[in-house]
Design a protein. Structure first.
Length: 68
């Protein structure tokens, strides 16, 4: 099953990938925020695993509101 967030991940435009791209492209961020980058990558993996197992986006994705 493909969910909205899963489709965004497949296209590389999900919130986690965009943040990873920013960390990778802004000079100095990769060295300072390697743990954050890894956490974002881990969240992408967990979201994909959840989608495959349950056929829906994880609750933290479904219920996300800007500013939270």
């Amino acid at each position: 099953t493909t969910t909205p967030f899963d489709m965004a991940m497949m296209n590389g435009i999900d919130r986690f990938q965009l943040a990873i791209d920013a960390i990778d492209r802004v000079p100095g961020l990769a060295e300072k925020h390697s743990l954050l980058r890894q956490d974002l990558q881990d969240r992408r993996i967990r979201a994909r695993e959840h989608t495959r197992a349950h056929g829906e986006d994880p609750e933290e994705i479904r219920n996300w509101v800007l500013g939270n």
